[in-house]
Design a protein around this ligand. Structure first.
Ligand code: GTP
Length: 377
């Protein structure tokens, strides 16, 4: 396939200005091991945020920035992604997938889609939720004229992240991976969105796994031809890679820190169906839920489509995916329950627990804090 072919009718294939068209590559090939058992059946990009696959939210954001041409390097459970999004026309996008037989890493995945890249392109980690304005980042990149621009955010504790050191003009000087908190040279971290000139692809070796953070960016700095620039913003940002972050992100959305255009208090397509005696706002309710009037749903709770919450059950601060059943008097607090799981009558689900697809928690069982429970297959 020729990536330089003309875009199909109806697609301008470009942000609407006189510059070279900008494309986007969303990295969606990771196994998402830290989110298991959720990611045993659902690849991380398809994990829902307020009942919508996270990748759909990212693609909508890309579209809103005026970008129409998106390439998705995938590899882990790719069918779940391709069957949901197809050619992208539902979102007004041109989507192309490139499936890796073995994971190529964050830079290897870019090299592998080289034939589809025509000019400068965004790279977005498929597991970052942020309100950063891609158009503003593009304007910054053009103003600076570097070989690439890295989005950075400031965090309280940089120790779990890749710290990026830059000079007063924004030129990136070096990277420090996961520094001890008291040794971190700055609290500005790599936020997982890059804008790169096409020539960066020339620096990536083909045919083997390559990391952009550990190999390519340091190499670009060493070679010193054209600088890499930092673009530090105070936008909302979270890496959804761990269950606690995934839960926290929902709370942030409910509280309005991450704007997703939700109605405060009660939102979702099933909001009319939730009995007022049960609801403790804010909640988000999917379609076709059956909720007993004497149950408690909320606060900070999402019910997917077709969930059942029986009499006396309590679901607070939690995320239930589609078709979950919570039997009478069961209690779920600060936990994630994947699709079709069943929580038996009177069971207790401990804080931070993650219950996988189709798992059956027996009546009266106590699931420990932070437990990971997968269905027996
Ligand atoms: P963990 O296994 O929990 O660390 O998650 P992960 O596999 O997704 O890795 P990580 O969070 O470091 O990945 C960051 C982003 O890069 C995610 O959007 C991944 O989907 C993506 N990614 C990581 N490795 C690869 C790869 O080899 N190929 C492709 N195409 N994408 C990748």
């Amino acid at each position: 396939m020729d990536g330089r072919a003309l875009a199909p009718a109806g697609f301008t294939n470009a942000v609407s200005d006189t510059h070279t068209p900008v494309q986007a590559v969303v990295l969606v090939g990771g196994e998402g091991t830290r989110l298991r058992p959720l990611t045993l059946e659902t690849p991380k990009p398809m994990v829902p945020i307020m009942n919508m696959p996270f990748l759909e939210r990212t693609l909508r954001r890309i579209k809103e920035a005026g970008i129409n041409d998106v390439i998705l390097p995938a590899g882990y459970l790719p069918d779940a992604i391709t069957s949901y999004f197809g050619d992208g026309s539902r979102l007004g996008l041109r989507l192309r997938y490139v499936i890796e037989d073995t994971p190529l890493g964050t830079a290897g995945a870019l090299k592998n889609v080289e034939q589809f890249i025509d000019g400068p392109f965004f790279v977005l980690n498929g597991d970052v939720l942020t309100s950063m304005d891609l158009r503003a980042m593009l304007a910054h990149h053009r103003e600076k004229g570097g070989i690439g621009t890295l989005h950075l955010v400031r965090v309280d504790d940089p120790s779990p992240f890749g710290v990026v050191v830059h000079d007063a003009a924004g030129r990136v000087e070096h990277f420090v991976e996961k520094p001890p908190r008291d040794e971190a040279p700055t609290n500005e971290i790599n936020a997982g969105t890059y804008l790169l000139e096409r020539e960066v692809l020339d620096r990536i070796p083909a045919g083997r796994p390559v990391s952009i953070e550990r190999e390519i960016f340091p190499e670009l700095i060493r070679s010193g031809d054209r600088p890499l620039y930092a673009y530090t913003t105070d936008d909302y940002w979270i890496d959804l890679g761990k269950p606690e972050a995934y839960l926290s992100a929902h709370r942030h959305v409910f509280e309005g820190a991450m704007p997703l255009g939700l109605t405060p208090e009660i939102d979702g397509p099933g909001r009319e169906t939730i009995p007022s005696s049960a609801v403790r706002p804010p909640v988000f309710v999917g379609l076709g839920c059956r909720i007993a009037p004497d149950s408690v749903v909320g606060p900070y709770t999402v019910l997917g489509d077709g969930c059942t919450v029986e009499s006396g059950a309590v679901v607070a601060d939690s995320l239930l995916w589609d078709g979950v059943t919570v039997e009478r008097d069961a209690r779920i607090d600060w936990a994630i329950v994947a699709s079709r799981a069943r929580i038996g009558a009177g069971a207790r689900i401990g804080h931070g627990a993650v219950i996988g697809h189709d798992a059956q928690i027996p009546p009266g069982a106590h699931v420990e804090e932070n437990a990971r429970v997968a269905a027996e297959r």
